[in-house]
Design a protein around this ligand. Structure first.
Ligand SMILES: C[C@@H]1N[C@@H](C(=O)NCc2ccccc2)[C@H](O)[C@@H]1O
Length: 448
């Protein structure tokens, strides 16, 4: 097949130090904040049954009502330092923050549109305050940017007429200028999280997306951009016409988690997740189920066990504070992370056969495998089956390294760890120190 001009420019994972840092984060925070927070998914007593940050698109939303609402955006209790301290306590190691969502409202004083925080009662450079406060807490910052911009008259869903193309050329230049502005004003940014790139207008701009991505990476070496940004010259997104991922990590896991390692195709990836069933911006009423802290910890373990990161979303209220449920989850998850983060930070897929009791993670560059146990069987015997040519040298609770746990051999390649009788109310971690040995794997046999 002829060579793609605007497909992926790299096969396989990035091998630089910035990406190694990203790979080891384990847990992250997403924050969706903007004009949509004023509505909280509700208008005149009726609740929008979609995601609250999409309320501008609601048929019951009169034109102009949303677009003038920014004149009321005045978060009296916004304190980025408080946000960053809550995130630090939770144990997240990166944050992705909305600079501009689909509605086009900019939380930084962009020079290229009047629809920004500078023309609201708030006037603060929200993006700068968030970037500075989180960076000060040692949490890496990534900026969310929606390509689709409902407020900009040059935005097009598709390019059908000459006029469409002329307008969209202006729109692409506007986009490039805003992204340049964000990287120059907030150089601490480690990456850009693009969204709103599924429409035909963007799919028909493959060459432009390629050139723009290369420009951004020249402007900001090491910049991390996921697979939701690019299109190839045939309009393919995420994976190009030859089947190679376009982007530094797979960015399709939105409100879903891969089931098996095969599902991630050897890519870096993260999963972004809401606490309620759906909805990223603040919602006055959470409809349906919202996740408990233990569910969130299990999703975190599940993602890290499959080589990814888990990113939990928070939707601050219009006044800049968080819902009590979100504050509580951050606190409880943080208490667990404080004790058990060794099994989450700088860990990767262990490649051992999954067992019912929970998830394995492996410490990168160390002979240590962690068992994150959620389901203690009635027998209190946890089955452990290391990968080929790996033996367990020693096992102990992460919280009791001095008390070795006994392994009862079951057959040539599996053991039982007998748990001491106790009430297991919380997920807990067992450390397995490993060494080479036992039956060689096929690739090890091939080497000898
Ligand atoms: C991170 C979320 N992405 C925005 C969204 O429009 N998602 C819809 C969507 C869901 C899955 C694949 C593509 C697009 C939501 O509004 C959030 O910003």
């Amino acid at each position: 097949p002829k060579v793609l001009q605007h497909g992926a420019h790299r096969v396989g994972k990035r091998t630089d130090v910035e990406m190694a840092t990203w790979r080891g984060y384990g847990m992250g925070q997403f924050i969706h904040w903007g004009v949509y927070s004023l509505f909280g998914g509700e208008l005149n007593g009726n609740y929008y049954n979609g995601a609250a940050e999409w309320i501008r698109s609601w048929k019951d939303m009169p034109n102009g009502v949303y677009d003038s609402a920014y004149k009321q955006f005045n978060p009296s209790s916004f304190d980025a330092t408080q946000w960053a301290k809550m995130a630090k306590q939770m144990g997240v190691r990166y944050v992705t923050f909305t600079t501009k969502h689909h509605d086009g409202f900019c939380l930084w004083p962009s020079k290229y549109t009047d629809y920004t925080i500078a023309n609201s009662p708030c006037k603060k450079d929200i993006v700068k305050q968030v970037v500075d406060a989180y960076t000060k807490e040692g949490i890496d910052v990534y900026l969310y940017f929606s390509i689709m911009d409902w407020h900009n008259p040059d935005w097009r869903y598709d390019l059908k007429t000459k006029e469409d193309s002329v307008a969209f050329e202006r729109f692409k230049l506007f986009t490039k200028k805003q992204l340049t502005e964000l990287l120059q004003q907030y150089p601490q940014t480690k990456g850009l999280w693009f969204d709103g790139t599924w429409d035909n207008s963007w799919k028909k701009s493959g060459a432009f997306t390629d050139t723009l991505e290369q420009y951004l990476k020249t402007l900001h070496p090491g910049l991390i951009i996921g697979s939701r940004f690019r299109a190839d010259e045939f309009g393919n997104r995420h994976v190009d016409a030859t089947g190679v991922l376009m982007g530094d990590y797979e960015q399709g896991w939105e409100r879903k988690i891969p089931k098996t390692y095969a599902d991630v195709h050897g890519n870096d990836w993260d999963c972004v997740m809401t606490i309620p069933e759906n909805g990223w911006g603040y919602q006055k009423k959470w409809l349906g189920h919202w996740k408990t802290t233990n569910e969130i910890l299990e999703m975190t373990a599940q993602c890290v066990s499959l080589g990814g990161n888990f990113v939990l979303n928070f939707g601050p209220k219009p006044d800049g504070t968080f819902r009590p449920e979100e504050v509580e989850i951050a606190k409880e998850a943080g208490e667990w992370m404080k004790i058990n983060n060794a099994a989450i930070y700088n860990c990767e897929y262990a490649g051992w056969e999954k067992q019912d009791w929970g998830y394995y993670t492996k410490k990168t560059n160390e002979n240590k495998v962690y068992m994150i146990v959620f389901n203690v069987p009635v027998s209190r015997s946890l089955k452990v089956k290391p990968s080929k040519n790996t033996l367990v040298d020693k096992a102990y609770l992460l919280t009791a390294p001095g008390k070795t746990l006994s392994l009862e051999k079951l057959d040539y390649d599996a053991s039982f760890i007998q748990l001491p009788s106790a009430q297991y109310k919380q997920p807990f971690v067992i450390v397995l120190e490993t060494k080479e040995g036992g039956e060689k794997s096929d690739e090890q046999k091939a080497k000898t």
